[in-house]
Design a protein around this ligand. Structure first.
Ligand code: AMP
Length: 269
């Protein structure tokens, strides 16, 4: 499949092509048609799967193809758990929406409110926000969410892990009932399901398993070494690198005991 088959507007396809993307990722191929049809969506996708474009592209398409309910109103809200993610998502919206007549901005805590207030006062179609700052500004009457047509909860599981459940529920209470909601989460605990059940109306589900990836911040090294030298190499590495905390995995309990005894004998506690 390629992007041309997804029924996206030429202005959006052009921006996608400029990014050098030709083939939609699995989450994009599955989520984009569902969102374009106007369904609510429950999506299981981790970061790195291309999920951002998975909701951004159809959201841009829907907003640009129909009139606003209320001119000047916020038409789409994307909630994210962290400011870094909020900034990244808004950057994607700018990139993919560069040939469209839609505006966006991002708000998060930890920085001054006034530039955010001024930007919102000038009118934005798409608002990307973390829950705390959004509620602050709404509470001060700087934000009106009563005309939101599309809601995205991005990384909902992280949002709950970070203790934002009450804030998220408060935000949801400010939104109109009649809207399209998309919930993205890497994991599905009972709490996420409960949140999804309360929010989503007859949702379509899509689920992608991410390709096996490694954590980038962890360097991985292989030492090919004969069975009878493994413990020596381990002790050598620990001593050489002055490691103070090391986790060693073994295949058997017996092996674990032997490694521990060996290290203790070498003076490594
Ligand atoms: P995400 O999971 O949304 O954080 O995206 C992960 C990365 O994949 C980002 O750097 C995107 O720019 C990139 N990406 C998104 N969609 C595609 C695509 N269809 N082809 C190639 N790369 C993509």
């Amino acid at each position: 499949m390629n992007f041309d088959q997804l029924n996206l507007a030429p202005a959006i396809l052009r921006a996608v092509q400029e990014q050098g993307y030709t083939t939609p990722t699995p989450i994009q191929a599955q989520a984009i048609p569902v969102v374009l049809e106007g369904h609510d969506l429950l999506a299981g996708a981790q970061t790195g799967t291309g999920k951002t474009a998975g909701f951004t592209l159809p959201m841009l398409q829907l907003l640009s193809s129909r009139p606003a309910r209320q001119p000047g109103a916020i038409r789409a809200l994307v909630l994210t758990p962290t400011r870094e993610l909020a900034a990244q998502v808004e950057e994607s919206i700018r990139v993919y929406g560069k040939y469209l007549d839609l505006t966006s901005t991002v708000i998060f805590g930890g920085v001054g409110m006034n530039p955010q207030i001024n930007r919102i006062a000038r009118g934005v179609d798409i608002l990307v926000a973390t829950p705390g700052r959004l509620l602050d500004l709404e509470g001060q009457n700087h934000i009106d969410l009563s005309n939101v047509e599309i809601l995205v909860l991005d990384e909902a599981d992280r949002m709950l892990d970070m203790g934002f459940i009450h804030d998220v529920k408060k935000v949801l209470a400010l939104l109109p009932k009649d809207k399209q909601s998309l919930l993205f989460s890497a994991t599905f605990s009972d709490e996420i399901r409960e949140l999804a059940n309360g929010l989503l109306k007859s949702p379509k589900s899509v689920q992608v398993t991410p390709p096996n990836t490694t954590v980038e911040r962890i360097a991985q090294v292989i030492y090919p070494v004969g069975r009878n030298r493994k413990k020596d190499v381990l002790a050598h590495l620990i001593g050489e690198n002055d490691w103070s905390q090391v986790l060693v995995f073994t295949r058997t309990k017996f092996g674990a005991n032997k490694v521990a005894d060996f290290l203790n004998d070498k003076g490594i506690k």
